[in-house]
Design a protein around this ligand. Structure first.
Ligand code: ACO
Length: 723
């Protein structure tokens, strides 16, 4: 049975009624489009935050009604003051709270009684300080729930909507109007970006600080901004994501409408806890975020300048049809730097058509290069450069252009910027500038900006920004592909019984045999085995299974069986079996005398194959993740693995296999046998289904899963549950 991934995801998500969704949306809309705003704690004193917020509203150009609330004042900044929101005779859309934290619960009650749907709590002194603060935060969450109030914060800087001239923060300046929405978990970073943005003339549509995220979070805001006409790209600075699965579900939908760029800082506490499986140790602290971003089509940046470089490109330029770009420059060295960066960032050089080359020959000197990247040489003045630009951008093989220029005496760069701008606005292809040089470049950049051409004075920055446009194009193609999550016919009850027994025995770690039984119930083939309690039984079992066999101790207390000599392989006859059996018993008595022993397992010795690992881990925020990689000894050395948040679709499973560096080993190189890729794919999906069905599985390793030309076996397995 095949299920559509989005259907499946929606089924797992919280089921809000349409009415609830609409109400939530309109409450969030009031953060940005309120008809009236009350400032609770509007101080009379200019050094105080409440005063600054009121000042920004009054003098920032906001056209709605403003109500200062302060029981100790009659009038602030020339506006009549009210002792409480309850005393305001008219409706209020948004309340901004700037009173000390201990007063916030009472204020929140009044906001509820007044039927105000939306609030911003700027006040600090909540969860971020622990103890009493955390208690206060829970209190305001409860009050908000009781009245259905949606609120941003606490401990936040507020929001700025440049298109509505609404500034509810205590900033000293407002950002420029533009199309980038910025959501930040850090208030300090908001202030820094705001100032940096002004210096670099970056335009923003909305500026939002999440604060403690006690209610409204990045997911609510992404969902809202997806339909905001002024926002062309959503950028986020996040320190954590608390509802991982919902984030992935929502982001996948949002990214289909507009690009989402993220910087994720900080590491999760949970990730630092010791783990005993390979999968656990390879998962590390950041893997779940990295995986979730990749799966939801969110583009991750690692530096703030990288984030806004890309955001500017998205906010101003169209998405290219393909990765085929043309580079034009009047300086060879810059051309080389751009070329290197383009190759490293996955761009492809468009091949100029014959017609383009013939046209270029008409006005370029014979020593110019007529190939892509096109060097028009230092001989070119603005007319010649522009003619070349116009020729290549109109070549049907070219899907976008990076235009680089160095300030030379014979070149009027301002004029060139105008000429390029005129043409760039006519074509539906992205144009990214790399006009370099000192102070003069600022003037050129201003001209380019008028034509919506972002300029980067560093070749690598220009290429990276362009490459993200291409990346988004690919993400869109991927997200629009059909995702089928296959549901296999499995024995769920069988697994539930194994886990029930474990719980009864107060155990969390399964023996290898129990782990294999779980896998068998999910249709994953393991080598034939039998658990015996005596040597004679072992001899009998080996005869039934057929030599060669493997002997392994079965004990919940012995994890690393080989390390203490409790595994014997390649036993070819009864004589060897008797010796091996006794040796295992001796070794266990010596090295693990207190271990509870369930018996010894006699296992079929399967032929060697390609060894891979399939694992699972439960992330506190994102839930189960499946891992695939080269197994056996390679897993630790190369750490060549791929992760996915479950459920894993058929296409994702395929991608997991092909994206590891060792893929060629599996495909069979230099005469080696080709592994059964369909078998691996199916095993990944079966493990994904197991992890989805049993959320108590905290760690799982099938290592190695030997893969043959046809099929394979889960040769060894480890599993842990948490309850
Ligand atoms: N309703 C309305 N107003 C009231 C009430 C009430 N029930 N009770 C008192 N007020 C008035 C006060 O009289 C005062 O006005 P006044 O100065 O005219 O007398 C005003 O509210 C403010 O109250 P104060 O007690 O003076 O509080 P103060 O302004 O010192 O501090 C604040 C309040 C700013 C909320 C502070 O407690 C705080 O949390 N500061 C940190 C805020 C912060 O950093 N947030 C995170 C931002 S992110 C970033 O860091 C960039």
């Amino acid at each position: 049975m095949a299920l559509n991934l989005m259907q499946l995801n929606d089924r797992q998500g919280v089921n809000h009624t349409l009415e609830e969704k609409l109400m939530a949306k309109s409450a969030i809309d009031k953060l940005f489009n309120p008809k009236s705003v009350a400032v609770v704690g509007a101080s009379r004193h200019s050094g105080k935050i409440g005063h600054a917020v009121l000042y920004n509203l009054v003098y920032g150009g906001y056209r709605g009604k403003i109500y200062p609330i302060n029981p100790n004042a009659n009038e602030v900044l020339g506006l009549q003051c009210y002792p409480s929101v309850l005393k305001v005779p008219e409706e209020i859309d948004l309340a901004v709270i700037t009173v000390p934290s201990v007063l916030v619960p009472q204020v929140m009650e009044e906001i509820g009684q007044k039927n105000i749907s939306t609030s911003i709590v700027i006040s600090s002194g909540f969860k971020e300080v622990g103890g009493e603060g955390a208690k206060l935060e829970r209190e305001i969450v409860e009050i908000a729930k009781k009245y259905g109030i949606r609120f941003l914060g606490p401990n936040c800087f507020g929001v700025i909507d440049t298109w509505n001239s609404l500034n509810t923060t205590f900033s000293s300046q407002s950002p420029l109007k533009g199309h980038i929405a910025f959501i930040s978990q850090s208030g300090a970073l908001c202030v820094a970006i705001l100032n940096q943005g002004l210096m670099e003339k970056i335009g923003f549509s909305k500026f939002i600080n999440l604060g403690n995220k006690a209610d409204i979070d990045e997911i609510d805001l992404m969902e809202y901004l997806a339909d905001d006409p002024q926002t062309k790209v959503i950028t986020l600075y996040l320190e954590d994501i608390r509802q991982g699965r919902k984030f992935v579900r929502t982001a996948r939908k949002v990214v289909k409408k507009k690009p989402v760029l993220v910087i994720k800082a900080g590491r999760t506490e949970e990730g630092e806890k010791a783990v005993s499986s390979h999968t656990g140790s390879l998962a590390g602290m950041d893997v779940a975020y990295e995986t979730a971003f990749k799966q939801s089509g969110v583009i991750r940046a690692y530096r703030i300048d990288e984030l806004f470089d890309a955001a500017e490109a998205f906010a101003n330029q169209p998405i290219p049809k393909s990765e085929k770009v043309a580079i034009i420059t009047n300086g060879g060295g810059v051309g080389v730097l751009l070329t290197d960066a383009a190759s490293l960032n996955g761009l492809k050089f468009a091949r100029f058509s014959q017609k383009t080359i013939e046209e270029l020959h008409k006005f370029l000197p014979p020593f110019a290069s007529f190939r892509n990247p096109l060097d028009v040489t230092g001989n070119a003045n603005e007319e010649v450069y522009f003619n070349a630009f116009k020729t290549i951008i109109n070549d049907p093989n070219v899907d976008g252009v990076i235009t680089a220029s160095l300030p030379l005496q014979i070149m009027d760069e301002r004029k060139l910027a105008h000429l390029i701008g005129e043409v760039a606005t006519q074509v539906k292809k992205p144009v990214i500038g790399c006009f370099m040089g000192g102070e003069e470049v600022e003037e050129v950049e201003d001209i380019l900006r008028k034509y919506n051409i972002p300029n980067y004075t560093e070749p690598e920055r220009a290429v990276k920004a362009y490459a993200k446009l291409v990346r988004y194009k690919k993400i869109l193609e991927e997200l629009n592909m059909e995702e089928n999550v296959v549901t296999f016919d499995v024995n769920r009850k069988g697994v539930a019984e194994i886990f029930k027994k474990l719980r009864e025995e107060n155990r969390t770690r399964l023996t290898e045999i129990e782990a294999k039984q779980v896998l068998e119930n999910y249709g994953i083939i393991v080598p034939k085995y039998r658990v015996v309690k005596s040597l004679e039984e072992a001899v009998e079992a080996a005869e039934d299974i057929g030599y060669p066999v493997v002997l392994k101790i079965v004990s919940p207390d012995i994890i690393h069986k080989s390390d203490i000599g409790a595994v014997k392989i390649n036993i070819i006859d009864e004589k060897k079996l008797r010796v091996a059996y006794q040796e295992i018993i001796r070794n266990v008595k010596k090295h693990a005398p207190k271990a509870v022993v369930h018996g010894i397992s006699v296992q079929e010795m399967v032929p060697s194959g390609i060894e891979v690992i399939i694992g699972g881990i439960k992330d506190p925020q994102f839930g189960p993740l499946v891992m695939f990689g080269l197994g056996g000894i390679y897993v630790e050395i190369f750490r060549d693995v791929a992760f996915r948040v479950t459920p894993v679709s058929e296409r994702e499973a395929e991608k997991m296999i092909s994206e590891i560096r060792g893929y060629n080993i599996i495909r069979g190189v230099r005469g080696r046998t080709r592994g059964d890729i369909n078998f691996i794919k199916e095993t990944i999906m079966r493990v994904s289904q197991l992890l989805e069905d049993f959320k108590e599985i905290s760690e799982l390793d099938i290592n190695p899963l030997t893969v043959h030309e046809k099929g394979g076996f889960a040769v060894d397995a480890r599993m842990k549950i948490k309850y």
